[in-house]
Design a binder for this molecule. Structure first.
Ligand code: ZN
Length: 321
């Protein structure tokens, strides 16, 4: 396939670190009312959980995932990192969410408007920086919020809105986004540069912001810190085309990895944040029906024969009802 035909219509998922899988599940399922769409293990470290949250089916662009490293020390948020992960909510849902978070003991702060949209900032139990952004774009996407949760549909999270990359220098990262990944510059506000996916599938997660933070202390990996951010591409052929397109700039781009629910390549952008390009297929229904998602520990075929041992190693967990 000619690389000019390949599309990167937005984010696929964001992956972060939690020190406590149970608190993480309680927060994302009970407070934010996301669905646990997959409970599995880290394929590179099968003694620890990998938790996936999203909309009803874990549509690409709605997915936030966590490596659960029990007792992990807090990381430090700072460049080069995804320093904030934002979800879309309807514009009139900001008061609802501020009150809901307060009722659950979560402090939040209205941070004014960003590119004309209101932003509510708060932290998850590991100190991860989250935002809810009031946007009309949440209404027209194909996202299906998980309505078994306790948030009414009219207020529900409609997938990822954007990620904020905190960078010491912005030029090379900007150039990667625009020249290679075909994002388009969508303006700036203060020290924030906005980029919009160049091709559209009317899905969520089309925005990447870069904030220039030359004076903030270097971040460290740990609980509450984003490990990597994944962009979505429709299929294996387009992913292969992206790999060919990226390899001349990033010779260390990984081979294609089978993540069961998607196929992935990884490369570190010039600022230092780990990027991934993940396929939209086969998705989280590869091994469970939509109704069954997240209801039991799933293992990839190559780990299934070690199930008993893995179940002994991971901490017991109470799944959302
Ligand atoms: Zn990933």
């Amino acid at each position: 396939m000619d690389a000019t035909e390949c599309t990167l219509p937005g984010l696929h998922h964001v992956t972060a670190i939690t020190a406590d899988a149970q608190k993480n599940i309680n927060f994302y399922c009970d407070v934010l009312a996301l669905r646990l769409v997959k409970l599995t293990v880290n394929f590179d470290d099968p003694a620890s959980y990998h938790l996936y949250y999203g909309d009803e089916s874990g549509r690409p662009g709605t997915v936030l995932t966590f490596f659960a490293w029990p007792g992990a020390a807090r990381g430090r948020i700072g460049p080069p990192q995804v320093s904030a992960t934002a979800f879309s909510v309807p514009p009139d849902a900001m008061d609802y969410w501020a009150q809901r978070l307060a009722a659950q003991g979560v402090e939040s702060q209205l941070q004014g408007n960003r590119f004309g949209e209101p932003v509510l900032g708060f932290l998850d139990p590991d100190g991860m920086q989250l935002e809810l952004i009031g946007t009309n774009a949440s209404a027209n996407s194909a996202v299906r919020p998980w309505l078994a949760g306790s948030v009414p549909k009219s207020m529900a999270i409609g997938g990822i809105h954007s990620v904020t990359l905190s960078e010491r220098k912005t030029d090379a990262t900007s150039a990667l986004l625009t020249d290679v990944m075909k994002y388009q510059s969508a303006g700036s506000e203060d020290n924030r540069l906005r980029y919009q996916a160049g091709t559209h599938d009317h899905g969520p997660g089309t925005i990447v912001d870069i904030v220039h933070t030359p004076d903030i202390r270097h971040g460290t990996l740990g609980a509450g810190v984003v490990h990597h951010v994944a962009f979505r591409t429709p299929d294996d052929a387009q992913q292969a085309a992206w790999r060919d397109k990226i390899a001349p700039y990033f010779p260390h781009v990984s081979p294609v990895m089978d993540r069961c629910y998607f196929h992935s390549i990884y490369y570190r952008e010039p600022g230092g944040v780990l990027f991934e390009i993940a396929t939209e297929h086969p998705g989280f229904t590869a091994d469970q029906a939509v109704a069954e998602l997240g209801k039991k520990l799933m293992l990839p075929p190559w780990l299934e024969k070690q199930r008993k041992e893995i179940e002994r190693l991971v901490p017991p967990i109470k799944l959302p009802q």
